[in-house]
Design a protein around this ligand. Sequence first.
Ligand SMILES: Nc1ncnc2c1ncn2[C@@H]1O[C@H](COP(=O)(O)OP(=O)(O)OP(=O)(O)O)[C@@H](O)[C@H]1O
Length: 585
Amino acid sequence: MQTQQSLLFENLNFGLFSVDTKFKVNAINPVAEKILQLLPNKQHVFNELNGLGEITNLLTGILHHKEQIMKKKMQLNGHSLVVQSYPLIEKNKLVGSMVIMDDWTNIEKIANELRFSKEWEEKLRSVIELAYDGIILVDQKAEITMVNNGFCELYNVQSNELLGKSISNMYPDLGLDEALQTGVRITNVAKLIGKTQCLITILPIKNNEEIIGAICKITYRGLKHLQEAIKKVNNLEQQVTYYQKELNELKGTKYSFANIIGESSNIKRIKNEALAASNSLSTVLILGESGTGKELFAHGIHASSSQTGMFIQVNCAAIPPELLESEFFGYAEGSFTGAKKGGKKGKFEMAQNGTLFLDEIGDMPLSLQSKLLRVLQEKEFEPIGSNRIIKLQTKIIAATNQNLETLIKEGKFREDLYYRLNIMRINIPPLRERIEDIPDIAESIISKLKLSGFHLKGITHSALTKLLNYNWPGNVRELHNILERAANLTSDGYIDAQHLPESFNANANIFTSTENIRIDQTNTLLAYSEELNNKPYWNAIDHKEKELILAALKETNGNKAKASRILGISRTWLYEKIKKYNISI
Ligand SMILES: Nc1ncnc2c1ncn2[C@@H]1O[C@H](COP(=O)(O)OP(=O)(O)OP(=O)(O)O)[C@@H](O)[C@H]1O
């Protein structure tokens, strides 16, 4: 029992001590020792201690003047305290006093912080209220936390009908749910609300990497003036594009870095790498899935390089093997039967002082690989049947969507050529790893479609939200094709969700129909494809992806931050996948 009492005494979260009538401390707990800054296990006499005057006064009131309970708020040694002193009576005689010290320091700190955030909330409320547009805020759980008059007027509701409700139930089509899941911001996308034409901007609110809410701004007043301004900006943009094109034509390129759209950290990083790669004649190897923009980057590198010659592109997969050599090196007149009169310039010579872009390098036959390697090493070449030696002053950029390391292992690609090409290496990530870029790229594609004669006004918010939920196996090229197809289907100029292909919607649900696959069986594509008879390749990829995500979540006990680190993907992307595969944690 004694032990229990002392345990309790030792572990109280407030200070407690008692003194006898001579102010000598009889018992004191660790919290009190800490507040009073007294050394443990020492005999302390209160009126001999310095700096504790206020407490000594309380004790004096009780011990000398026989007062009853004394209570005081005080600051002591950096603590905000509420101190209470009680008389201790034994057999009707005053034998000492007991003191309780409540430490309010942390509580005061929290109160101050609360006051501070309350003030900020009030300021935010005023700013939001002053805004000309409709504004609505949700928290992490998609519950509406703030809404302004502009929003209420647009939807003809009262704010108290909305606060605390789920945005997913009230306004699912605004896309705030998606913003919370993907962390992607959407800027000024057209949407018809009732009969009012609006522009929607959605901004996820992040604390470090965590999404803690989202804000949606609906611009619906004064749109007419805005449209006029947009028209002017569009005209100016067209003029800039025209001059850019003229400039590109001089260098034989179709695109420059300005044509590479996207503000994601991924695309910014590779743009910087590409810019660095354009500063010298070092060879560049561009890797990436089909449709990620390898050719676009190659043009960009040439456009910003100081090479004054032409950009010459060769698709190594498209030239018949027997013509490859003459295509590359050219030939002298009469060098073989059927050779053209006057001979023919090869791609190398055509690209002198410019850039030779070797697309699909993984498909180059081995015999030509050896010849290419020799040219790269010796920096000179001879056209077939000629003894004219031409010094190479050409930037070489090679690209492929194949895994060259695998091709080397299979004996289909020369390792020494690989190292020769792999001096500046640019890895373009697939579109699904930079979905933040989709709104900007979609906008740029729509502008291009307009220039090519489509009467487009824009893309609706619901279509854009769908684009963000797709995994883009065909990357930017697929995005282009889907938007062009949609542009053909729209009648009012707005690309809407209904204009996106059926299969496109179905993709998000592939997994629900293949849920019962046994994961631990033979991991061969054949084994998968037997079970997934519809789209074996993509289903198997998705299947493997889900498997990896499940394994990472299992290993981290469902901790998504850790799981995303293990998988080497962003947390936003992981949330996206968890949603896609319906994984419950
Ligand atoms: N960041 C981007 N911004 C704008 N357009 C892009 C971007 N990336 C790719 N595109 C467009 O996507 C299409 C495909 O790009 P590109 O041909 O450069 O891809 P690729 O990787 O070379 O494909 P493949 O391996 O199939 O040859 C092109 O129309 C290109 O202009």
